[in-house]
Design a protein around this ligand. Sequence first.
Ligand SMILES: Nc1ncnc2c1ncn2[C@@H]1O[C@H](COP(=O)(O)OP(=O)(O)OP(=O)(O)O)[C@@H](O)[C@H]1O
Length: 279
Amino acid sequence: MSVNLEDLRISIAGRSIVKGISMRVGDGERVGLIGASGSGKSMIAKACLGLLPSVADVRGSIRIGQQEIVGADERKLAGIRGSATGLVVQNPAAALNPVKRVFDQVALPLTLHYQLDREQIRTRVIDMLRRVGLTETIADKFPHQLSGGQQQRVAIATALVTSPKFIIADEPTTSLDSITQQQIVDVLVSLVDDSGASMLFITHDFSVLSRATTRCAVLDEGVLVEEGSTHDLLREPKHPVTRILVNAATELTFQRNAVGQGITDGQGVHGRNDEGAAR
Ligand SMILES: Nc1ncnc2c1ncn2[C@@H]1O[C@H](COP(=O)(O)OP(=O)(O)OP(=O)(O)O)[C@@H](O)[C@H]1O
């Protein structure tokens, strides 16, 4: 499903946060959104899902498929959120309900938005858990009994169980170690591609960005300053802000490599997946 943002402006209490951005995520496309902390990335993500606080003044247009989000009433937004869009956030522990078992978490969007019988829901939930790389045994567990990577897999299963056609991933791997990050990005990308959905992927991490997206946009203080293929943008950043971001990320990678970080995760180096099962 294609998504079009046109002259999107967001301000809160008279402070302009997003200052007239226009961008498009084409049908089946995976687009990255990068920018310094506080540049307005999450505001844009929330605006796309109608999740901004009521004090936010939103102008311009966000079209998801044929549906206009700006100015839509809560009933319409709830319908779009439940079926057309999916959100994967940074902290899966916060996104999951601590007193619900995995099965019930993943089943919830189906029970809220579709008329399915118990068997249909069970089949769909177990299939979804398998597709994110988890086994059926995890269905009876509570979030606190899972690793961070397993929690994020459950969160992805929950976000994608209704087969949404537009997915927003807002820093979905930030709280994970580097090996698990790669596994989670690969799971997300293959699910998105298999379903033909489009995705807006917000991240600070350039290795994640190049793995997850083909095109990306750079945000600086609420303004889009550069847009292009992810490959070209990372190789030859044109705007000074992009250059600063890319150089800072490159420096960090060198520092990490120098101290041997990023390859120390037990699951990865011992050939085990998030389930703890030998691969
Ligand atoms: N509920 C709110 N009320 C007022 N201002 C807010 C609110 N939420 C965010 N902001 C402000 O909006 C600006 C953009 O925030 P946003 O969370 O979109 O940044 P971001 O680019 O996603 O940053 P990060 O990478 O750190 O998550 C920030 O200056 C932030 O302080």
